[in-house]
Design a protein around this ligand. Structure first.
Ligand SMILES: Nc1ncnc2c1ncn2[C@@H]1O[C@H](COP(=O)(O)OP(=O)(O)OP(=O)(O)O)[C@@H](O)[C@H]1O
Ligand SMILES: [Mg+2]
Length: 234
């Protein structure tokens, strides 16, 4: 992965391809995301959305193409991927500890502030096994953002959550990105919620970005596949 990206881009993918064994799961993906942009990624199951995020995060190496990301990355995983043997506080502290150079005395207050922001003050000593699905998502959000990354990748931040919690989580994302000007990429099945948050939407299907356009008016997009998907038309 190359580091600095010219032209004010936070993320640039050129001709990216990814296979598992003989199976191609991403083919020829081109994607350019400006710094500070908010991209929503939608599309049918198994289309390649999570693989795309993991390629941007540098967790999978593509066989073809180029991936450039400017700055530090934070990621919320689709299944949260909390460490089951670490407390909530230690899970959230993990990126700071791993990064090194953060004074120990700074870690605890930063973790506490992030947990307050996601409405989990006082849950520091709990283990992931004691948390509800929504609480796990919020711990994952705190962990993804604690090291003040320039680019935050969110994989299904609200899947399985009730509408009120969903609204709260998007409120949190909005507040965070407003305050920091950081770049957001949000994969979400909550099409209306992600379209309200994002400025741009990418429709991913069959291992490629099939459409990219403004988030506003998605239900009337100039592409029938996107319109049908956004409207839930079978
Ligand atoms: N580590 C892996 N090894 C083999 N195949 C994989 C691996 N990760 C993903 N795949 C395959 O790649 C394809 C795309 O998977 P991906 O998880 O990106 O889909 P998705 O669009 O995120 O779906 P969903 O909406 O269900 O989360 C799927 O067919 C999946 O089985
Ligand atoms: Mg996925």
């Amino acid at each position: 992965m190359l580091n600095a990206t010219a032209q004010g881009l936070a993320i640039e993918l050129v001709g990216v391809g990814k296979r598992f064994g003989s199976r191609t799961v991403l083919g020829g993906v081109d994607l350019r995301i400006a710094r500070g942009a908010r991209l929503g990624v939608i599309g049918p199951a198994t289309g390649g959305k999570s693989v795309l995020l993991k390629i941007i995060a540098g967790l999978y190496r593509p066989e073809a193409g180029l991936v450039r990301v400017a700055g530090r990355i934070g990621m919320l995983f689709q299944n949260c991927a909390l460490f089951d043997f670490l407390s909530v506080a230690d899970n959230v502290a993990f990126p700071l500890v791993q990064e090194g150079g953060v004074p120990a005395a700074e870690i605890e207050p930063r973790v506490a502030a992030r947990l307050r922001a996601v409405g989990l003050a006082g849950s520091e000593r709990k283990l992931p096994s004691e948390l509800s699905g929504g609480m796990k998502k919020r711990v994952g959000l705190a962990r993804a953002t604690v090291a003040t990354p320039d680019v935050v990748l969110y994989d299904e931040p609200t899947a399985g959550l009730d509408p009120v919690t969903t609204a709260k989580i998007y409120g949190l994302l909005r507040a965070d990105h407003d305050a920091r000007g950081s770049t957001a990429v949000v994969v979400s099945s909550d099409v209306d919620a992600v379209a309200a948050f994002a400025d741009t939407i990418a429709f991913v299907d069959g291992g490629g970005v099939r459409w990219i356009g403004p988030a506003a008016g998605l239900r009337d997009a100039d592409d029938a596949r996107v319109r049908d998907f956004a409207r839930g038309t079978p």
